[in-house]
Design a protein around this ligand. Structure first.
Ligand SMILES: Nc1ncnc2c1ncn2[C@@H]1O[C@H](COP(=O)(O)OP(=O)(O)OP(=O)(O)O)[C@@H](O)[C@H]1O
Length: 253
């Protein structure tokens, strides 16, 4: 494997007495796609949210392109970064959620521009890039539409364009198709497949096993906060070794 873009080491997170992540180790190679599977409550969302420091780990760390997210090394110690420094780190990580979270009173194009304008990109340059991105997700004709005038699949594609606008080097997807009507799942997965083909590094939490089979370079399985299985889809999906992974996959395949 080439030098990983993402290195997760000993990552643990508790909510009260509930251990939600329990010593997760994971490498994601630059330009590769990791799909995270696991039963409800196994910690998949928390893992993604900890990767971009929306949740602070209780132990362990996440490193993206050599930088520890939320911390800097000081000798053997990790020291917390300022909010501003964390925001800067986060701008290199795009995230797409199950709920599209678009601003309802802004058009598709204005939604896509948001992050760029906040980052100080000039309006004209931001608009040019925003239009390119809407075109890339197949929505060039929707730039003036408001979220309520778009289908769920279209809104999610706007959300993907918005996440891409600040040129992230890593994209996180948290069940991006779970809130969609079935006929719209394909169009969103299509955009994600195209993105994977361009060499974007992606960590995707999804129940779409077909996507995992077709696009993932590695599939990891979480059970009760532990990473119990990791490998190429041809191994993990076909002959999982862990009992819970076997049961889960035989239920969904
Ligand atoms: N902010 C929080 N405060 C307290 N408990 C939380 C919080 N976020 C998540 N949890 C708990 O952590 C556990 C793991 O949740 P998480 O959402 O990461 O699982 P998941 O695998 O993504 O589940 P699902 O597939 O249902 O979305 C659950 O028991 C959940 O109730």
């Amino acid at each position: 494997m080439s030098e990983p873009l993402v290195r997760v080491r000993g990552l643990s997170k508790q909510f009260g007495a509930n251990t939600v992540l329990d010593g997760i180790d994971l490498d994601v190679a630059r330009g590769s796609v990791a799909v995270v599977l696991g039963p409800s409550g196994s910690g998949k969302s928390t893992l993604l949210r900890t990767v971009n420091h929306l949740e602070k780990p209780d132990a362990g760390f996440v490193e993206v392109d050599g930088e520890i997210i939320g911390y800097r090394r000081e000798g053997a110690q990790l020291r917390e970064l300022s909010d501003r420094a964390v925001t800067r780190q986060r701008s290199r990580i795009g995230m797409v959620f199950q709920q599209f979270n678009l601003f309802p009173h802004k058009t598709a194009l204005e939604n896509v521009l948001e992050g760029q304008l906040a980052a100080g990109v000039r309006r004209r340059a931001a608009e040019t890039r925003g239009r390119e991105l809407l075109d890339r997700v197949g929505l060039a004709d929707k730039e003036r539409s408001y979220p309520r005038q778009m289908s769920g699949g279209q809104q999610q594609r706007v959300a993907i364009a918005r996440a891409l606008a600040v040129e992230p080097e890593l994209m996180l997807f948290d069940e991006p198709t779970s809130a969609l009507d079935p006929e719209m799942v394909g169009e969103v997965l299509g955009v994600m497949k195209d993105l994977a083909r361009t060499g974007m590094t992606m960590i995707v939490v999804t129940h779409e096993i077909g996507f995992a089979r077709e696009v993932a370079d590695q599939v990891v399985f979480l059970d009760d906060g532990r990473l119990v299985e990791a490998g190429p889809p041809g191994d993990v999906l076909v002959s999982p070794t862990h009992e819970r992974a076997r049961a889960f996959l035989s239920a969904v395949l």
